[in-house]
Design a protein around this ligand. Structure first.
Ligand code: GLC
Ligand code: CA
Length: 515
């Protein structure tokens, strides 16, 4: 059995912002089809689509109104099927996002639940009829987790009020999702990215969140039975389909429980994603990751960006280079030149580690966070729900620049739904593919060399603690210099993230070596 997902490079397409095929300023499937060659040339193994389903877009599609169709802004189901076969014809697998924790408030189940206090559909959600708000839980986007209906009942939403949480104790909720999985497996998708995977199960007693006590909705033990059931469905299909969890948990051990042999194949390495550009922390995350994955035979993943976090070139150029939602602030000074140098080094580091790697659209172009989006154009519920304290995630979701001297940079014919910085005239795909020193050229070379990196785990090479040096097999080494001084190395350079300094490896630079 082939296990493509063990060392795949998976490219995340955020459909609203990849490419616009019909000129309405919003990306769509026609745009993806027209630019599939970009992903073929880049050398990716799979595409993960952020949600493409019909949705009021209260959370950019993570509020799903119909799990068995395509958002009309993006295209049609027939077009998605065509896109799946076109990608397959290029040997590219397709992973889609599945959002099980909540639905859109426009979903027929929730609409039926709202229609009357006696509607049986209320059982599919978390409705309560108390006078006071049932708990003081704080939502994942900030603010309360309860909203009152017109008839005075409360319903639970861990995210926006347009995203009511499903009751996973109800058999209909479970059956519905198994059927949704089958719907897409029948259409040839190769896997699912499971949104907010650790949040599904709630303690029905709705206790307060107390340090040291089991959490009322994070990572409850019963959630694993859900993924065991999903895994059985996945495994009943031919081909080599995969489940990838979005599991945010502080403990690597708890995280690994989602990767037991009868659960998910892999999960996003969010510790690596959030790690500062700091050698001790990176080494610790790499070691923890390998330590908990290896005994399970699970696949480690390496991620430096996605649609929820600050773009790496912006983040790595700051004094505080780690990411956390709580500390995320715009306008914190950043040195984009330094950030770019480090993002290049981080790319080669992460792409040399054993396991699967993710590339979020625009990462391969070295795009920075757009921190200049006017308040009236901001769309992210995080921005609205935090009373504008949190800038939200719009800045990493700006439409891609393809070509040309000014916005919309070939994204489409109309004005893009979020404004693109003028400086992106130097970051278009067209400009970068003609420049061997560009970020795009680095990613293309890295993805191509990566295919010859020996499989199997890594072996650390003795080095200065601020230098991350490891071998894969006997013939390949990767050295990332996070120290303040240039360091010597031996081996033949295959690829370097930046210029070498008289045979030495400069600070903030990574090399791949043949030994
Ligand atoms: C996940 C998604 C994020 C979304 C949230 C609610 O964290 O990555 O974009 O807002 O779930 O579905
Ligand atoms: Ca469009």
């Amino acid at each position: 059995m082939s296990t493509w997902w063990r060392d795949a490079v998976i490219y995340q397409v955020y459909p609203r912002s990849f490419a616009d095929g019909n000129g309405d300023g919003i990306g769509d499937l026609a745009g993806v089809r027209a630019h599939l060659d970009h992903l073929v040339d880049l050398g990716v193994d799979a595409i993960w689509f952020s949600p493409w389903y019909p949705s009021p877009q209260a959370d950019a599609g993570y509020d799903v109104a119909d799990y068995r169709n395509i958002e009309p802004i993006f295209g049609t189901l027939a077009e998605a099927e065509t896109l799946i076969s076109e990608a397959h014809a290029h040997g590219i697998k397709i992973i889609i996002d599945i959002v099980p924790n909540h639905v859109s408030s426009a979903h027929p189940w929730f609409q039926a639940a709202l229609a009357s206090p006696d509607a049986p559909e209320r059982e599919l959600f978390w409705f309560r009829t108390s006078k006071e708000r049932p708990t003081d839980w704080e939502g994942e986007f900030g603010g309360t987790t309860w909203t009152q209906t017109e008839d005075g009942a409360w319903y639970l939403h861990l995210f926006d009020k347009a995203q009511p949480d499903l009751n996973w104790n109800h058999p209909r909720v479970r059956e519905e999702h198994l059927d949704i999985l089958r719907f897409w497996l029948d259409r040839g998708v190769d896997g699912f990215r499971v949104d907010s995977a650790a949040l599904l199960i709630k303690d029905p007693a709705l206790p307060p969140v107390v340090d040291g006590e089991p959490h009322p909705f994070h990572d409850r033990d019963e959630v694993h039975e859900v993924y065991r059931e999903w895994r059985r469905v996945i495994d009943s299909y031919e081909g080599d389909r995969t489940l990838i969890g979005e599991v945010w948990l502080p403990s690597p051990e708890r995280f690994a429980r989602y990767l037991r042999p009868d659960e998910m194949h892999s999960a996003f390495n969010l510790d690596f994603l959030c790690s500062p550009w700091d050698p001790a922390r990176l080494r610790e995350v790499i070691e923890d990751t390998i330590r908990v994955h290896e005994p399970l035979g699970a696949v480690a993943t390496w991620v430096i960006s996605n649609h929820d976090v600050t773009r790496p070139v912006t983040r790595y150029g700051r004094e505080e280079t780690g990411f956390s939602f709580a500390a995320k602030r715009e306008g914190t000074p950043t040195d984009l030149r330094l950030g770019t140098v480090r993002a290049r080094a981080a790319a080669l580091l992460s792409l040399a580690l054993p396991g699967a790697a993710y590339v979020y659209q625009g990462e391969e172009l070295g795009l920075e966070e757009n921190e200049d989006i006017p308040p009236e154009l901001r769309q992210d519920p995080m921005w609205h729900r935090s009373g504008h304290r949190d800038p939200g995630r719009d800045g990493c979701r700006v439409p891609l620049p393809w070509s040309g001297e000014e916005p919309p940079f070939g994204f489409g014919a109309g004005a893009p739904w979020l404004p693109q910085p003028r400086a992106w005239k130097d970051r278009t795909v067209a400009v970068q593919q003609a420049d061997p020193a560009s970020m795009l050229s680095l990613y293309r070379s890295a993805l191509s060399y990566r295919r010859s990196i020996p499989a199997g785990s890594l072996a650390w090479i003795d080095s200065d603690p601020d230098v991350l040096a490891f071998q894969r097999g006997d013939g390949f080494a990767c050295i990332a210099n996070l120290s303040a001084a240039a360091v010597p190395f031996t081996g033949t350079v295959l690829l370097a993230s930046g210029p070498l300094d008289d045979g030495l490896l400069p600070p903030d630079t990574t090399v791949w070596l043949a030994l």
